[in-house]
Design a protein around this ligand. Structure first.
Ligand SMILES: NC(=O)c1ccc[n+]([C@@H]2O[C@H](COP(=O)([O-])OP(=O)(O)OC[C@H]3O[C@@H](n4cnc5c(N)ncnc54)[C@H](O)[C@@H]3O)[C@@H](O)[C@H]2O)c1
Length: 227
């Protein structure tokens, strides 16, 4: 196999696969994937493969949502100008999704009208993706937190989880254990492991391309270097 086909076996692909497995997505489920970076995009693929009948991608970077529509045939939702994204998704899914997978983490953007308490919660980073998840999941549904949260969190919406019987699952993907299965799936061409690559560059151009990637310019999603 080509290097590019195997490169993401070290992190992106096992993390995304595990997110879907660990969240318990099953046939017929509606799945909301928050974030359409490399992890979110791959998670969308695995949600379909697991039998979901509706997959909704949420982001505020339009070129990433366009990529999600094109490569994964998902519905997309751009939250940037929307008021209450969690509540809107709840309504749009007729009472909430079976599974919401947070592929954003503490570096996520804060939707414009998030309440003051959630926005300025006296801590590093944000928990706004978790708030969106808690509002857009159905009663007895599951929220899988794959995005990284490294600190304690104030204003965590525990009441929403409790009163609506929502299960919260999270953790670090056990990458090495899943690699052999995914290697086989790549070999069998079950999915395309390379379609998140938007830029290929030489190491000499690393600083320039990193800047583009950091600012999410030029349609960037994943950059690989070929020395
Ligand atoms: N749990 C694990 O084992 C594991 C492994 C690898 C990566 N991760 C984590 O997964 C997360 C995603 O990784 P990535 O490389 O795809 O990151 P990324 O930054 O490329 O993608 C995140 C996307 O989320 C979007 N976003 C920001 N705020 C949002 C919000 N409030 N709602 C919806 N979308 C929002 C951003 O515009 C961006 O496109 C990171 O936190 C990363 O550290 C976890």
């Amino acid at each position: 196999m080509e290097d590019e086909q195997l490169l993401f076996l070290s992190d992106v692909i096992p993390t995304s696969y595990w997110s879907v497995e660990h969240s318990g997505v099953k046939k017929g489920d509606t799945v909301i994937v928050l974030g359409s970076g490399p992890i979110g995009l791959m998670t969308q693929k695995f949600a379909w493969l697991k039998g979901a009948t509706r997959v909704i991608a949420v982001d505020q970077v339009e070129h990433r949502l366009e990529h999600a529509r094109k490569t994964n045939n998902v519905e997309t939702y751009n939250f940037s100008n929307n008021e209450k994204v969690g509540e809107l998704l709840h309504e749009e899914t007729g009472g909430g999704a079976d599974v919401v997978i947070d592929c954003v983490g503490m570096d996520g953007a804060v939707p414009p009208n998030t309440s003051f308490g959630s926005k300025h919660n006296n801590q590093f980073g944000t928990i706004s993706p978790l708030i969106t998840a808690s509002q857009s999941v159905r009663k007895f549904g599951t929220v899988q937190v794959t995005g990284v949260y490294g600190t304690e969190a104030n204003n965590f919406p525990l009441g929403d989880f409790f009163t609506r019987n929502v299960s919260l699952k999270t953790g670090q993907a056990p990458v090495i254990h899943i690699m052999p299965k995914l290697y086989e799936m790549i070999e069998n061409k079950t999915f395309d492991p390379t379609d998140i690559i938007t830029h290929r560059a030489s190491l000499d151009d690393a600083a320039k391309v990193y800047d583009i990637f950091d600012k999410k310019e030029d349609g960037s999603i994943k950059v690989i270097f070929k020395p």
